[in-house]
Design a binder for this molecule. Structure first.
Ligand SMILES: NC(=O)c1ccc[n+]([C@@H]2O[C@H](COP(=O)([O-])OP(=O)(O)OC[C@H]3O[C@@H](n4cnc5c(N)ncnc54)[C@H](O)[C@@H]3O)[C@@H](O)[C@H]2O)c1
Length: 262
């Protein structure tokens, strides 16, 4: 038996139109998952995913949905169970970035927007996936937090607050869900090469965003950003049977950045 095998898994991933969520959906299909529900509020990336996996149509269900719509989340999860029979794993990943304002200039609306997208949305996905997994008596959930859940960065108050909240949600849920056979963990990505960072790089170096990325990379012990695929691999490990005793973990995947002093 291959403990890392996805052949027997039905998986749900939110934020699947881009970046790590898309990498997770693609890798899951390539690794043979029997069902993958790929969710995003952006339709274009979902259509591209569908086009890339024409030969796996029977195993991929793309759902155009904003996870801040609680009833939509409930329906998407029910539809997954109707179509694929169960939910073994959920990568609760959809999220948005910071407007990069100092706290004293942070528009309250921006704060509210990020909390809605990055806390309420993931809460709906977590809550209603847990209900299904509790009834099943098994399952594993990975909530995406961030290195900024546990480290500070100026001008990211609304975003860092939201990622800290996800860590707290994961821990509470992990403690409850252990009693009914479900594991809950957090993935804390460090800097990862996905479109969410484009605005940050442009903000730091408008004429040459790549230079900003290179300067940041120089401070990362591994010397570069993670790829979206590397983060997806970590999320898949946490969902796999190889992680059967792992619950409540804050899994930093940051190329050593968090332990780097000088
Ligand atoms: N890229 C990084 O460096 C990094 C580092 C740490 C944490 N993260 C976390 O990763 C997540 C972002 O993922 P990414 O880096 O792959 O970025 P990304 O922008 O490439 O992908 C995020 C996807 O989530 C979708 N999305 C956002 N809000 C949604 C909503 N309410 N409903 C449905 N879909 C929604 C977007 O449309 C997009 O397709 C966020 O949760 C972020 O906090 C990213």
């Amino acid at each position: 038996m291959d403990l890392y095998d996805m052949n027997n898994k039905v998986l749900v991933v939110t934020g699947a139109a881009s970046g790590m969520g898309r990498a997770f959906a693609s890798l899951s299909i390539k690794l043979g998952a029997v069902g993958v529900t790929a969710v995003d509020k952006e339709k274009k990336g979902l259509d591209e995913l569908d086009a890339n996996f024409q030969d796996a149509k029977d195993r991929l269900m793309t759902v155009h949905l904003n996870v801040c719509d609680e009833n939509g989340v409930i329906k998407m999860l029910q539809d997954t169970v109707k179509r694929f029979g169960r939910i073994d794993g959920c990568f609760n990943h959809a999220g948005i970035g910071s407007c990069m304002a100092e706290t004293i200039d942070m528009p309250t609306e921006e704060f509210r927007k990020v909390i809605e997208n990055n806390v309420l949305g993931p809460f709906y996905v977590l809550k209603h996936t847990l209900r299904i997994m509790k009834a099943q008596g098994y399952g594993a959930i990975v909530n995406t937090a961030s290195l900024l859940s546990v480290r500070g960065m100026a001008k990211t108050l609304e975003y860092s607050t939201s990622r800290g909240a996800v860590l707290a949600m994961s821990r509470c849920a992990a403690l409850e869900a252990a009693a009914y056979g479900v594991r809950v963990n957090s993935l804390l990505p460090g800097l990862t090469d996905t479109p969410i960072n484009d605005e940050t790089h442009k903000g730091l170096s408008p004429s040459n965003p790549k230079a900003a990325m290179d300067a940041i990379s120089a401070n990362i012990p591994i010397g570069r950003y993670a790829t979206a695929e590397e983060q997806a691999q970590a999320a898949l490990f946490l969902i796999s049977d190889a992680a059967s005793y792992v619950s409540g973990l804050d899994m930093l995947v940051d190329g050593g950045l968090s332990i780097h002093c000088m």
